[in-house]
Design a protein around this ligand. Structure first.
Ligand SMILES: C[S@@+](CC[C@H](N)C(=O)[O-])C[C@H]1O[C@@H](n2cnc3c(N)ncnc32)[C@H](O)[C@@H]1O
Length: 278
């Protein structure tokens, strides 16, 4: 999957996420529905909270949000921890929205956004004490390239936190393979990596004290929400595409919303948070 396809996907889908998904959290990720979480907004913000708690963030940390979307997490971190965050995205539309939001929420002295590739950030070695990546590393063609770049820009003792989908097993038949392929194509992903391979790559890059948190059950209500929306919008998007009112990427994205539920339910994909130290 070329970076052009990913950029186009996020440029085009920005208003759809805004109207149908993230609300005021500005989060383009699944929520964590842990005990006490009452609604979708809380679940989305709960992801930020879990990651921040896991990396034990302090105001003197310097954070790189790798694949920052429209800046939801970066802004939340600045508001809640008074911490400096650089956010990078490859989508120009997301960059513009992130900049507008940081001005709106008056955190633009702490938060900066750039249109850059997280595989080649152009930041100096040892620039950050935390590299933070929510549902973005899945887009890297080779996840090892992301891991190497994260290691390079982290200071010694710095922490990496990655929240993402991972393969748990290979598809067993043609039907499962079709579901996985439709999910990958509709979400602009080249592939998914096995959880075990990702851990091995972290170790090979030099990361230590690796911890893995299984979040699949906590994300299920978000997966179901997207599934229900997609069951309704998929047939509609087929018609709109035929009328040339919407592009194929929207139809494929709606189909992915359906098949992702199946590949999670049947244990092909899981959701994990990885923590590691340089
Ligand atoms: C599912 S969104 C998650 C956004 C954000 N982390 C959040 O939780 O709201 C994935 C993000 O990864 C970014 N992304 C994908 N590939 C990238 C790359 N090579 N370099 C920088 N950002 C990338 C996209 O632009 C998008 O912002």
């Amino acid at each position: 999957m070329g970076s052009d396809t990913i950029t186009k996907y996020y440029d085009y889908t920005l208003p759809f996420y805004r109207f149908f998904y993230h609300g005021k959290s500005n989060a383009i990720h699944y929520g964590f529905w842990s005990d006490g979480v009452k609604n979708h907004q809380e679940a989305l913000l709960n992801v930020n909270k879990f990651l921040a708690d896991t990396v034990k963030i302090k105001s003197y940390d310097t954070v790189l949000d790798a694949g920052c979307g429209i800046g939801g997490s970066a802004i939340w971190l600045a508001q809640n921890y008074n911490v400096r965050v650089d956010g990078i995205t490859i989508s120009e539309n997301q960059l513009e929205e992130a900049k507008n939001l940081s001005t709106k929420y008056k955190v633009n002295l702490l938060v900066n956004f750039y249109q850059r590739d997280f595989l080649n950030t152009q930041f100096n070695d040892s620039s950050y004490s935390i590299v933070w990546a929510i549902e973005s590393v899945c887009h890297a063609e080779d996840k090892k390239d992301f891991i190497k770049e994260a290691y390079r820009v982290l200071k010694s003792g710095g922490r990496l936190i990655v929240d993402d989908g991972f393969l748990l097993r290979s598809p067993k038949n043609e039907h499962e393979q079709k579901d996985l392929d439709a999910f990958l194509e509709g979400m602009a992903l080249s592939n998914l990596t096995f959880e075990s391979d990702f851990k091995k790559s972290l170790e090979e890059a030099g990361f230590k004290n690796i911890k893995i948190y299984d979040k699949v059950n906590e994300t299920l209500p978000s997966v179901k929400k997207i599934y229900k929306m997609s069951i309704f919008s998929y047939p509609l998007s087929i018609i709109l595409e035929k009328l040339r009112l919407t592009p194929p990427l929207l139809t494929k994205n709606n189909l992915a919303g359906i098949t992702q539920y199946r590949i999670i339910k049947n244990g092909i994909m899981g959701h994990r948070v990885f923590y590691a130290e340089k």
